[in-house]
Design a protein around this ligand. Structure first.
Ligand code: HEC
Ligand code: HEC
Ligand code: HEC
Ligand code: HEC
Ligand code: HEC
Ligand code: HEC
Ligand code: HEC
Length: 316
């Protein structure tokens, strides 16, 4: 990914240089394409992103959007001067390119840097400092879409949509639930069961922080079991269920963010596990092809080390 990004960056710098020279001579002020969303240096956690453009159809007849080389051509057949597309990202830095063409010639190129972070990979845990979370759903931004999209909430508390495409959130966010294992409230498009907090001028759809309070509104039995347990796993105790579970959907059972052993080893380094093994610990780690959760629960237990069985039983 990295060499491509560098290549793309070089291409942008070159073309910006080219364009400014070009624009001064031949064109009046104003650009061909206005990137309405995303903002430069946006930080996020999901691998899908919406790109919305204001376009000047007199000056261009084709637009491509994406992270090079995965570019999507936009449909400009509509009469409006707004074009919308949903694209895929990868973990880490993504340089989103917007290329405009007139009669097959590249006439403008814009870019936006977007960083997808993950707590579970050391290399993606700490985004470069220029990136920050930018929220979308405030009145000012929504006004830009309301002409064509219904921006209101049309879900009924605890009632799943029979036809999920009827949710007002579906059109713009359909990819958020498209991975193999989806979480019931998200898959049923009951988005505001978790996105229930709002802050004026920031977003209408924030979540509780830490977010376990939201999870426990529905998972009451787990809360009772875990809060009374003698030993609680640190990330759970801190309320960060979403460090391990993607609240929407994921490629692994229970929508955990990585394969189960990988998720444990993301925080408990394999080097430490090797040390444990060399000390003849009963902690078999991955060496016998066993799963961490064969012996440990990921949440809480009355046994030390969150063991599922008694210590002497594990030892055998
Ligand atoms: C002039 C009308 C118009 C405006 C304004 C508009 N959209 Fe759209 N948008 C559409 C139409 C029509 C579609 C569905 C047809 C299509 O896919 O082109 C759409 C589709 C989308 C999609 C789905 C694209 C995909 O790849 O499936 C997203 C995301 C989106 N709009 C976001 C936005 C956002 C965010 C705004 C406000 C910043 C906005 N749109 C403003 C007309 C508009
Ligand atoms: C017209 C398109 C559009 C519609 C309709 C829409 N969203 Fe969004 N939403 C966006 C865009 C653009 C972002 C910015 C992140 C991105 O590009 O994925 C966003 C971001 C969010 C976020 C992250 C927090 C924030 O404010 O940035 C949440 C949560 C969210 N949407 C929930 C919803 C819910 C719930 C609904 C339905 C009631 C909904 N959205 C309808 C376009 C839309
Ligand atoms: C079970 C709770 C839950 C449900 C249900 C839920 N979300 Fe979320 N959502 C979260 C949490 C928690 C975050 C913040 C996750 C993070 O950044 O680690 C989040 C973040 C987001 C974001 C921002 C992602 C980013 O990259 O920054 C969007 C967009 C979003 N949700 C849209 C939706 C939509 C649309 C629905 C309904 C289909 C929905 N959510 C349902 C809990 C939920
Ligand atoms: C609006 C209610 C609701 C909220 C809020 C909610 N869940 Fe769920 N969750 C469900 C339902 C319903 C199911 C599917 C039925 C079941 O297995 O309990 C489910 C299933 C699950 C499962 C899979 C359980 C299994 O045995 O397959 C996990 C894991 C999970 N939720 C985690 C979370 C986390 C983490 C949060 C907070 C980020 C959360 N849930 C918030 C309703 C909710
Ligand atoms: C350290 C990672 C991690 C954290 C943090 C975490 N989980 Fe889990 N969770 C898992 C794994 C792994 C599984 C699958 C366990 C299995 O298959 O036995 C799971 C399973 C579940 C299940 C279904 C099985 C069960 O025990 O009922 C629920 C519900 C659940 N988690 C909810 C939550 C909630 C709510 C939180 C936050 C309070 C949370 N989890 C925090 C890793 C985690
Ligand atoms: C988000 C990071 C994170 C993830 C993911 C994670 N852990 Fe932990 N775990 C911690 C922290 C922090 C502690 C407490 C500090 C310590 O002892 O290292 C801890 C403690 C433990 C302990 C107890 C150590 C003791 O001395 O009491 C065990 C056992 C454990 N984790 C097992 C697991 C297993 C099994 C998984 C996978 C299901 C897992 N962890 C996933 C962060 C994590
Ligand atoms: C065969 C059962 C078994 C399996 C499989 C297993 N463990 Fe353990 N683990 C134990 C036992 C028993 C302990 C208690 C400490 C000891 O005996 O040295 C332990 C201790 C730990 C500790 C605490 C170490 C300390 O000294 O603080 C961590 C962290 C841990 N395990 C993580 C993992 C991870 C991550 C995996 C998967 C890669 C895993 N374990 C797989 C049985 C197991």
């Amino acid at each position: 990914m990295r060499p491509l990004n560098l290549f793309a960056k070089a291409a942008v710098i070159l073309s910006i240089f080219f364009m400014s020279a070009f624009a001064e001579g031949s064109f009046a002020e104003g650009s061909f394409v206005q990137v309405i969303t995303p903002k430069e240096n946006t930080l996020q956690t999901e691998l899908t992103l919406n790109v919305v453009l204001g376009i000047d159809k007199k000056r261009l007849d084709a637009v491509e959007v994406g992270v090079f080389p995965d570019m999507k051509s936009l449909d400009l057949s509509r009469s409006e001067s707004t074009a919308c597309v949903n694209i895929s990202l990868t973990l880490g830095e993504n340089m989103v390119l917007v290329r405009a063409y007139k009669e097959g010639v590249l006439v403008s190129e814009e870019s936006r840097s977007v960083y997808v972070s993950s707590q579970l990979y050391h290399q993606f845990r700490y985004p470069p400092k220029e990136y920050s979370k930018s929220y979308f759903h405030n009145d000012e931004n929504e006004k830009l879409c309301a002409k064509c999209h219904d921006m209101s909430v049309n879900e009924v508390e605890n009632v799943a949509f029979e036809d999920i495409t009827k949710s007002n959130c579906y059109g713009c966010h359909k990819n958020i639930n498209s991975q193999k294992y989806a979480h019931a409230p998200s898959a049923n498009w009951l988005c505001t069961s978790c996105h229930q907090e709002s802050k004026k001028g920031v977003s209408k759809y924030l979540t509780k922080e830490p977010m376990d309070a939201s999870c426990f509104e529905c998972h009451k039995e787990n809360q009772e079991l875990w809060s009374s347990a003698k030993y609680r796993h640190e990330p759970l105790d801190a309320g960060h269920c979403d460090k391990c579970h993607n609240p929407h959907s994921g490629p692994y059972s229970m929508f955990i963010r990585k394969d189960v052993n990988e998720i444990c080893l993301g925080c408990h380094k394999s080097k430490d596990m090797e040390t444990l093994q060399s000390q003849n610990s009963a902690c078999a780690g991955t060496s016998y092809g066993s799963l961490c959760i064969d012996c440990h629960t990921p949440h809480a237990s009355n046994r030390p080390f969150f063991l599922k069985k008694r210590f002497d039983e594990v030892k055998k």
